[in-house]
Design a protein around this ligand. Structure first.
Ligand SMILES: [Zn+2]
Ligand SMILES: [Zn+2]
Length: 390
């Protein structure tokens, strides 16, 4: 056994021009969640060009292809996301979005291209023993494309022992990777509440049931949940992001609508916050003789890496001669790869995108220098995990 990478760097380097072309083409034609028809069509075409037999329409617009080599039953899943965001791009370069109001502002154009690069390399060389399952996922930004692929039988139809994901990280140098064991990205839940009273003339509040005063108290009291109910060692964020009510200076509205989101790492903290949001709303509304209606929606779970797979991911990066921080501080952002990590052990890794504008900003662009780095990571990980035995 050797720890040296066996990757054919000349072959990889010869892909760069094509990878850049694919990436910029995806960037010019962004498609939102579950609308990735052109993107997934091109992905499937490329996979067929590599001699693979992709299955399409999994979880909506998802695509899966399997590359087999040797006789081993071992298998590994590699996942890329394909969707864009409803942002109007402000870049002026040639490959800027051609669709007003849609943009690849999270780099999923690059993620898709890197996995295609790995598909090409692995199908050409077949220098491994086992099965590689390539997962091209729709709708990461919205409505959980990963969950939809799982509901559509991803893990039943395809043998997958362990599953890996990767995301670019602006502000970190290309060639630097980071991840951690356990919860690495937060769960996100959303809530909507209605405070219902009796509207009327603002000069005669005693003839009304005013929800505005109660809603203001509720929003403030919710902030005490993190400060007073959650264990100080744990992390959580409660953000009320929407308050809608009233149309006139002199009319008390009958209904006040509130909405927001909750970020947590620990399911017990998540349960606690869901309970306390409701309890506080109900109690304050009762105090003001109002009705409280509340809906809580668990959106994406926390992204939880398993320790062994973090170590495997880090070993692959080290084999490439690049740096990896395995003690990255968890971040409050969310990622729907979390659904796949609930099904199989695996690891999600961040990989530096250089000094680009931040994710989800109108000046962001995926760094094409990262294309060969990400492709090499996927190939190295496969060759390491599905190394020929003996
Ligand atoms: Zn994003
Ligand atoms: Zn993303």
């Amino acid at each position: 056994m050797t720890a040296e990478s066996t990757i054919d760097r000349a072959r990889l380097a010869s892909y760069q021009e094509q990878l850049t072309e694919w990436r910029r083409d995806f960037h010019r034609h962004p498609e939102l969640a579950f609308e990735e028809v052109r993107t997934s069509g091109l992905v499937a075409d490329r996979l067929r060009e590599f001699g693979l037999e992709p299955e399409t329409g999994i979880g909506g617009t998802g695509v899966v292809a399997v590359i087999e080599s040797g006789s081993s039953e071992r298998s590994i899943g590699l996942r890329a996301d394909m969707d864009a965001l409803p942002i109007h791009e402000q870049n002026a370069f040639d490959h800027k979005s051609t669709c007003d109001g849609k943009m690849h502002a999270c780099g999923h154009d690059g993620h898709t291209s890197m996995l295609l690069g790995a598909a090409r390399y692995l199908s050409e060389t077949r220098d491994f023993d086992g099965r590689v399952v390539l997962i091209f996922q729709p709708a990461e930004e919205k409505d959980g494309g990963a969950r939809e692929m799982i509901r559509d039988g991803l893990f039943d139809r395809f043998s997958i022992d362990q599953v890996y994901g990767m995301h670019n990280l602006p502000g970190t140098a290309v060639g630097e990777f980071a991840l951690c064991s356990g919860p690495m990205m937060a769960a996100i839940d959303t809530f909507e509440a209605r405070v219902v009273g009796i509207g009327g003339h603002a000069a005669f509040p005693h003839g009304c049931k005013d929800g505005i005063v109660a809603a203001a108290q509720i929003v403030s009291a919710w902030q005490s949940i993190v400060a007073r109910n959650v264990d100080p060692i744990e992390s959580a964020v409660i953000s009320t992001t929407m308050i809608h009510a009233g149309d006139a200076f002199n009319v008390l509205p009958a209904v006040i609508e509130l909405g927001g989101c909750v970020r947590t790492f620990d399911p017990n903290v998540q349960d606690l916050i869901q309970t306390r949001l409701r309890e506080i709303g109900e109690a304050l509304c009762a105090a003001h003789d109002l009705t409280f209606e509340f809906e809580y929606n668990r959106y994406y779970p926390a992204t939880v890496n398993s320790a062994a797979e973090v170590e495997r991911s880090a070993r692959a990066v080290s084999q490439m001669g690049m740096t990896v921080d395995t003690e990255m501080s968890p971040i409050m952002g969310s990622e729907d790869f979390s659904f796949m990590l609930q099904e199989r052990p695996g690891a999600f890794v961040m990989t530096g995108n250089g000094p680009s504008s931040g994710l989800h900003t109108p000046l962001y662009d995926f760094n094409d220098a990262l294309l060969s780095v990400g492709t090499e990571y996927w190939v190295t990980l496969v060759q390491q995990e599905l190394a020929s035995v003996g």
